[in-house]
Design a protein around this ligand. Sequence first.
Ligand code: KDG
Length: 321
Amino acid sequence: MRVLGFGEVMVQLNPTSKGPLRHVNLFEKRVAGSEANVIVGMSRLGFETVFLTSVGDDEFGKCITSVLSSERVETKYIKVGKSFTAVYFVQRGFPVPGKTDVFYYRRGSAFSQFTPDDIAQDIFDGIDLLFISGITPALSESCYSASKRMVEVAKERNIKFVFDTNIRKKLLPDKEIAIKTLEFFIQKADILLTGMGDLEHMFPGFELDTQVKYLREFTQADIVVVKMGQEGSRAYERNNLYEVSSFKVEVVDELGAGDAFDAAFLASFFSGRAINESLLYGNAAGAIVVGAIGDIEPLPNWKELEMFISFQKGGEGKLLR
Ligand code: KDG
């Protein structure tokens, strides 16, 4: 199965210490971006992957392309744009201990200028699945139009479309604008992924089941998956509800957990596993990724997922090495 992802990839500057950035002196440089994280995750789980983005004609752009290609992601469609490669800084453990904040330097970036005309038509050849998240259409008007065109072409070609609402409050602070920006994608998704924070942003103050009911009114998706962090995950089919609880682990870096979940859930589901088993693998991948720094680096392969799950199921006495 061949999977295509579309979105912005950034250089992440992640501090080596916690606290307000004004007092942080050392940062580690990594590559991250929600959609690319998912695609790398699926590549590690054995899927053929292709990524469409635009980077600047600069050192960070070269770094991004090289990281993706080292993960066996097809990078030949990556456009080198006229503007710069986006960067973001992470602030860890402040002002809410255990939580992470991000500061973007991405407005006007090479990717934010991506237009529908930048989509090579042959990129869809042989593709079975398109993955986009709510970050991409929120970046600029041209990114919105390009995302929409991607979905339209996918639909014309009977390619399955998976959408993660993935709301970033810094990009979509207003509830009405969030819904308006995401509506088309929510509607067209064959599988819709979301999280409790996203649902609360779109439908504040309602019970989870009611929020999902409202979301369902917008979508044709057969499955709506809700990531619930420490509480696990759920999948709503039209007439069935599945729930799998989370694994309890120490959180080192919460960034990228949702993307890891998506990658492992989708990889499991499209490899023919049952929905509840796919939720379990998604939860496991999320737990593995929060246990180490970086979005892409700790994404697990099948062997690592199995090893993690087996240890969690009381395998403490087992030898790891
Ligand atoms: O999913 C984790 C990402 O949020 C992050 O690392 C960067 O893609 C990103 C974004 O737009 O926030």
